[in-house]
Design a protein around this ligand. Structure first.
Ligand code: 3NM
Length: 204
């Protein structure tokens, strides 16, 4: 994949009360070029339709968990968690050109992940978050620095509790990119300006 953009938004229908496609539209106007569609509830038909509609906004879409949906809509790739299909199995299905991202939650998982056929790894939660309930213990900036040191230049996304108040420190601690949900989506009519200003803050 090309270099990770500094800001990597993830959609949330419950939080924003907007469809995935509408969130992608607003985020893309704000400058997002890589967006993850994250959906844990919706029937496959509805998610497929929204993902297809989201594809029209001309950004790279990664589908959380669902290799089938990613393939069906021709998405740029998938983002997998520790309990999803393993990256090597997903790679066989989705091909060599697709992007595969993988969530890790501690140093050991991160170090192991760089041997998998993935394009970037995510590590989190960096800070506490209310968006995801079953998170691992927070890593803090120290934990993030330790992961960066252990993985060399491997593409690294930080996630969990990242806001305009701490994003810059997260980048300075070694993340290539910040993955963000609530700080961009909690106020639906501010999604575009909040995205713009987060990109601005994360410029290096
Ligand atoms: N994964 P917010 S934390 C989806 O630790 C997700 O892997 C996490 O939402 C992990 O930006 C998280 O609102 C929630 O804190 C991120």
């Amino acid at each position: 994949m090309q270099k990770l953009p500094r800001v990597y938004p993830i959609t949330d229908v419950k939080l924003s009360e907007l469809s995935h496609a509408e969130q992608v539209r607003l985020l893309s106007i704000g400058g997002a070029s890589l967006i993850q569609l994250r959906e844990k509830q919706m029937p496959a038909l509805e998610f497929y339709q929204q993902a297809r509609a989201a594809q029209r906004h001309g950004v790279q879409l990664l589908i959380n968990d669902r290799v089938d949906i990613a393939l069906a809509v021709g998405a740029a790739g998938v983002h997998l968690g520790q309990d999803d299909m393993p990256p090597d199995a997903a790679r066989k299905l989705i091909g060599t050109q697709a992007i595969i991202g993988y969530s890790t939650h501690n140093l050991e998982q991160a170090v192991n992940a760089i041997r998998d056929p993935i394009d970037y790894l995510a590590v989190g939660p960096i800070f506490s978050t209310t968006t995801k309930s079953d998170t691992a213990p927070v890593l803090g900036l120290e934990g993030l620095r330790a992961v960066r040191q252990a993985i060399g230049h491997f593409p690294l996304v930080a996630i969990g509790g990242i806001t305009s108040a701490n994003a810059r420190e997260v980048i300075e601690a070694g993340a290539d990119s910040v993955a963000v949900i609530s700080a961009l989506l909690s106020v639906p009519d501010r999604i575009t300006p909040l995205t713009q200003s987060l990109f601005h803050l994360c410029q290096t």
